[in-house]
Design a binder for this molecule. Structure first.
Ligand code: NDP
Length: 497
């Protein structure tokens, strides 16, 4: 790379990653690129730090994590301004993202002991002479590779759960948002200055690959499905376990008894917030025949009132290369018989894209099948909720989704293929720390957030402890044939019916 640049496209200059604003080109920061040796050294330092951090126990970690929570709450404006400067995200959106991350941090710190700490579990009759004990021990060092679209909430969705579970973290932020990644690590170090418990390494994709090979004990990746496959293949070389949060093409279903005005408002938010650069963004809507026309009109009316620009509702597209994908999806949809009832091909005005609502788009068009990651949405008329579910579930992705309706809404929500569904709202599950978050199929596997998200960063450790002599010894060469026959007879009596 050279120092000649397009705003927002990171360049390497003098061994440093230079991060700039996608609209103005203003400098967001310069960060030294890590070589493979630097990454390995960070993991070595992290390993020593992990031993200290895990030794603090749940209470010691909780106290420190809650201090970091307070720092983030008191300095959220500073972080929101940095997100705005580096990624172009509107400041109010950045604040809402940060608020959600702070709530996750609070929840993870307060719940780690309950979920991961030592538990007695029930014994069974045949092994009643032993007590059973379960706890989740930290892996050691977790590598976290993050994307640029939610540079606070998304990596912290792994990082704070990994830290609460007793691990150290080495984070590789996206090359588009290194300044935000560095800020998070620096502020953690202000609170926990004894050991490098949460480090950051910078660079392009190859630094992420180096992190996969560095000997981390688990790798948590959030990004595109294509990169997720590369990460898994690289981690397979060393049998490093992976958690993969990949892309999506989330659908919303509007049923006949839905509150159409509320559905339209939520659709506009779910599809267009953060300029549509949201993994769980609504990209397709299936609205049933009786409410379709009213729904489309309401969406067009509300989306048409959004402002676009530096301080608008819709900011710039963070990754300039994504503009080509968005343009291609809109043009292809229109060429194949779709209609833009708002926006259209002319809506792409780099670095911005104006809200675009597409109808009558064939189901095999790129705008329906591929992740667009722009402020666009397709709406299709369907016969009933069953047809909507069949179409919504027809893609290899399965991340989140939404259902609007009353009588059948919960049943339809259960049938949507994916990890999360919001009923009578959109995206809201991501802000609920007590619920797990993650996908199926091409959207990845494993879970962040919630009890499952904590367990993702701990290894189950099972212990049996003798609490008395065995009346009928089974697991010993000292047993007699008579005792084996009695055990078999008991099992026949207990389970043979
Ligand atoms: P990418 O897949 O392009 O990149 C994700 C991260 O992986 C970046 O830090 C990137 O570094 C790094 N990387 C790139 N190549 C490699 C490699 N070979 N080995 C290891 N790491 C590598 O995704 P984006 O940053 O473009 O993020 C957008 C995507 O993330 C969308 O598909 C979105 O749906 C998904 N996403 C999923 C979420 C979820 O929870 N399921 C949440 C948020 C986003 P670099 O940037 O330096 O290339």
């Amino acid at each position: 790379m050279t120092a000649v640049r397009t705003p927002g496209v990171p360049v390497i200059d003098n061994g440093e990653l230079v991060s700039t604003n996608p609209a103005s080109g203003a400098l967001a920061g310069r960060f030294p690129i890590a070589g493979p040796e630097d990454v390995a050294a960070a993991v070595r330092r992290g390993r020593a730090a992990a031993a200290w951090w895990s030794g603090l126990g749940f209470a010691g970690r909780r106290a420190r994590l809650l201090r970091w929570r307070a720092l983030l709450a008191n300095r959220m404006n500073e972080l929101a301004q940095l997100c705005h400067l580096e990624g172009g995200k509107p400041v109010p959106d950045a604040l809402i993202e940060i608020v959600s991350a702070i709530d996750h941090l609070d929840w993870a710190a307060r719940n780690a002991k309950r979920v991961l700490g030592h538990h007695r579990v029930r014994s069974r009759l045949l092994v009643a002479e032993f007590s059973a004990h379960l706890e989740y021990q930290p892996y050691g060092v977790i590598g976290v590779i993050g994307p640029w679209n939610y540079p606070v909430l998304t990596p912290l969705g792994s990082i704070v759960y990994a830290l609460a579970a007793g691990n150290a973290v080495v984070h590789k932020p996206s090359e588009y948002t290194p300044a935000v990644g560095q800020w998070l690590s620096d502020t953690f170090a202000e609170v926990v200055d004894e050991q490098p418990v949460f480090q950051v390494v910078h660079g392009l994709g190859e630094v992420g690959a180096a992190l996969c090979r560095s000997g981390v004990d688990k790798l948590a990746f959030t990004g595109s499905t294509a990169t997720a496959k590369k990460v898994m293949a690289t981690c397979a070389e060393t049998l490093t376990p992976v958690l993969l949060e990949a892309g999506g093409k989330d659908a919303m279903i509007v049923d006949a008894d839905a509150d159409v005005a509320a559905a339209a408002q939520a659709c506009v938010w779910g599809a267009l917030t953060n300029a549509g650069q949201t993994c769980i963004g609504i990209e397709r809507v299936y609205a049933v025949e009786p409410v379709y026309d009213a729904f489309v009109s309401a969406v067009v009316e509300r989306a048409g009132r959004l402002t676009v620009g530096e301080d608008g509702d819709i900011g710039p597209i963070t990754m300039p290369g994504q503009l080509d994908t968005i343009r291609r999806h809109i043009e292809d949809a229109v060429a194949r018989g779709g209609r833009a009832v708002l926006g259209g091909p002319s809506a792409v005005q780099p670095p911005y894209v104006h809200p675009t609502v597409l109808v009558d788009v064939p189901e095999d068009a790129a705008a329906v099948r591929e992740e667009t990651f722009g402020p666009t949405v397709t709406i299709r008329r369907v016969r009933d909720a069953d047809e909507a579910v069949a179409l919504a579930n027809a893609l290899p992705y399965g991340l989140g989704g939404s259902v609007f309706g009353r009588r059948r809404a919960m049943a339809v929500a259960r049938r949507l293929r994916g990890g999360m569904t919001a009923v009578n709202s959109t995206l809201t599950f991501v802000g609920m720390p007590s619920l797990p978050f993650g996908g199926v199929g091409d959207s990845g596997f494993g879970r962040i957030h919630g009890d499952d998200g904590l367990r993702e960063f701990g290894r189950a450790k099972a212990i049996t402890r003798r609490r008395g002599p065995s009346p009928l010894p089974a697991m010993t060469f000292e047993r007699t044939p008579r005792q084996v026959a009695r055990i078999a007879a008991i099992v026949r009596r207990l389970y043979g019916r």
